[in-house]
Design a protein around this ligand. Sequence first.
Ligand code: ZN
Length: 106
Amino acid sequence: MLELYQAADRVEAQMLKDHLQQKGIETVIVGDHLSGAVGELPANIFPTLWVLEDRDLALAKRLTEAFFDRPPVSGEAWQCRVCGESIDAGFDICWNCGSPNPKENE
Ligand SMILES: [Zn+2]
């Protein structure tokens, strides 16, 4: 199980969880039980989404970025030399075929 995303609140975490589930990726929300506490608001504790299957992480990250329509991580996108897919900076492997970033080996 790998950490995918730290959500701002329970609602956001649940929205993303549902979205990924529709894509066939199983996730669990960790830490949200604290939000039910009455009278005590825990500081700096946010629900986090975890991917159950490690192999789903790269795809889940891409889906998460697309879901929130965030700009890509700083740096330039790279092109997979196996399948030709354009991969956002910040990903070490091709989300499409799982090949490593060739730049990592240079
Ligand atoms: Zn590829």
